[in-house]
Design a protein around this ligand. Sequence first.
Ligand SMILES: C[S@@+](CC[C@H](N)C(=O)[O-])C[C@H]1O[C@@H](n2cnc3c(N)ncnc32)[C@H](O)[C@@H]1O
Length: 216
Amino acid sequence: MNANTSSASPSGPPGSVGNHGSPVTDPVDWEARYVTGDTPWNRGAAPPLAEFLRDHHVSGKVLVPGCGTGHDVRLLATHGAQVTGLDLSETALAMARSQPAVAGEDYELGDLFALPEKWAGRFDWVVEHTCFCAIPPARRADYVTAVSRVLKPGGSLLAVFFLDPGVDEGPPHGATREEISSLFDPFFVLEREWQPGETFPEREGGEICQLRRRRL
Ligand SMILES: C[S@@+](CC[C@H](N)C(=O)[O-])C[C@H]1O[C@@H](n2cnc3c(N)ncnc32)[C@H](O)[C@@H]1O
C-alpha cells in the first residue's frame, strides 16, 4: 500500500494539542482495515517494549498513540502504569475493550493531530510503537509537536522506530536516523539508543529503540 501525501504545517490551531488544520489526509482508512480484519500488524505486544520493561520501570501516566487493539497498553498496565491508549478506530478500541480488563488501562477514541487542549502536559511517558511509521510521512513534524505537547516538561518518550528499508511501500513508512534526529532533537534530548534484542521475526535489524526526554 502506497501513501499519497502532501506537505503539512508543523503548528496546530489554538485550542488543540495537535494540528487539525493540516491539509494532509491519511490515505489509509484505518477503521475499514479493522472492520475487514486486514491488520497484519496486529500481532501482540511489542517485543522491544517487553524487553525494556524487564529492566526499567515505566510509571505514572502513559500515552500509547495509535494503540490499535491495545496489546502495548495492557502490557504497560500490567507493569503498574496508568495507561491511555489512543486510536482513531472505533473497532480497534472495541476489540481492546473486549479483552479481560487490566487495572490501569483506559482507551480514548481520537485523532493524535486534534487532541483537546486539556491533554497538554498530562502524561509522564509516551510509548511509541507502529504509530509514527503508520502516519503519512508529511505529518511527522505534527507527530513530534503532538507528543511533545501532551508530555509534562521532562517527560519521557520511549520509541520503537521502523528504520528506512530503502524503498517506501508503506505504511509502514521507515525513517532514517538522521530524519528522526532532525525532527526530535529540538524538542527531546536523546538519552539512549539501542538495537532491540527481541523483535518480531521479520523485523530483525529493522527497528531502533530510543529513550528521549522532553526538553523543559
Ligand atoms: C499500524 S497500526 C499499529 C497499531 C498498534 N500500535 C499495534 O502495533 O498493533 C497504526 C494504528 O494507528 C492508528 N492511527 C493512525 N493515525 C492515527 C491518528 N492520527 N490518531 C490516532 N491513531 C491513529 C490506526 O488506527 C492504527 O490502529
